[in-house]
Design a protein around this ligand. Sequence first.
Ligand SMILES: Nc1ncnc2c1ncn2[C@@H]1O[C@H](COP(=O)(O)OP(=O)(O)O)[C@@H](O)[C@H]1O
Ligand SMILES: [Mg+2]
Length: 448
Amino acid sequence: MDGLVALGSAGLMFLAMVYVIARINLPLALIALAVSPFVFVLGHTYDRRMGQTYVRAKELESGAMKVVHEVLGAVRVVKAFGREESEERRFTQRSGESAQAHVRIAAAEGVIVLAVNVTTTVGTALVLFIGIRNVQSGALSLGQLLVVLAYLTQLYRPLETVGGLFAGLQSSFASARRALELLDEVPEVAERSAARPLKRAAGTIEFRNVSFSYNTDGPVLRDISFSIPPKTRVGIVGATGAGKTTIASLLTRFYDPVSGQILLDGIDVRDYKLADLRNQFSIVQQETVLFSTSIGENIAYARPDATQALIVEAARLANAHDFISRLPQGYRTEVGERGMTLSGGERQRIALARAFLKDAPILILDEPTSSVDVATEAAIIEAMERLMRERTTFIIAHRLTTLEHCEIFLSIEDGRLVSVRSDVSLAMRDALLLAAGEVPIQRGKADD
Ligand SMILES: Nc1ncnc2c1ncn2[C@@H]1O[C@H](COP(=O)(O)OP(=O)(O)O)[C@@H](O)[C@H]1O
Ligand SMILES: [Mg+2]
């Protein structure tokens, strides 16, 4: 807007001054005008040569901010590895590059402004030269020449403004281009135009020949088919990187399968409204994300309108009420950045309380106990069992204690479904075999 308004008023001013000078003396007006195309040629050349530099400068600028963002997010890791200085160097280097780019731009801007000024000065000199000739020959009075010269500065001022604008506008265009690139990014999944609403799913889930890959380097899931009746507890076992989390991500439509179908209550998940579909799932992950607000608000994240009584009830069910009420400010205790930090087990219980409050028909527990100690695990497992009642549940776990109450087991290996067991002992054996591959420390001979 700044650029457009200035450009408009500069244009009007220019035309008005041309008119005034032409009324006094037409040849002088034409001479004065003769230099103006050069200004536009200069501006155009500048835009062509510098446009990319502006884009690059903005990229470098955000590159430096990215280092700050990354380091502040992982300050403990940086300190623990003693990498403060090297991170500082990384930032200094990136911001140095960005500073250099800005210096180059400032220099180029100086050159264009100078070039435009020289052009208008040449114009003034020409008018003065020819004007004096005319005065000498008596075709023009001295008074008229002085008036023309006075108006000439008014005529050229808009041209100089336009010269400066070329630089300013390029910077704005570069920012706009980056913003538009982000806005044009295609979402991973799109909602169909005639998507159907879904109140509460029964919880039947079927995978039909589902294959998936994140990018072009090969499939992550290959031809997976299984079918789960409602309210079944499904354990998913397999080595790290086998594709377990990916299965959960496909269920909640963070991605769509490359081929095959996923059905919820017999209908392709892509046919549901996205928000309605995701409303059917409660997810508890290995690392629970807490926001820097009170514990109460964190629990009520899925249902911001929940009453205090409901929040407390959910916390009780999740075995979290006791430790929360022992905190000095109870449910109003701030967590996260400026508040207190909670242990892994406490965070998981808040995540479970969230899931109780959300009360979704399908539950996904992705390695929920891997970041908690054995003593806390018991309390969490007890709460989990309560949560699993009357819900279709997928539990991804390595520890057998966590898997104990499952009815069906899917063993995933390298993106393939290698076995489906309903018999607990067989499943446990599969799980054990698979889990054995997970143990990083081989037992020594003395142990055998
Ligand atoms: N967002 C992603 N982009 C690209 N590859 C990914 C992504 N997430 C996971 N992968 C890859 O997909 C494979 C399966 O990952 P994942 O489902 O997380 O395994 P699991 O949960 O069984 O440990 C791994 O090889 C992993 O490197
Ligand atoms: Mg995983």
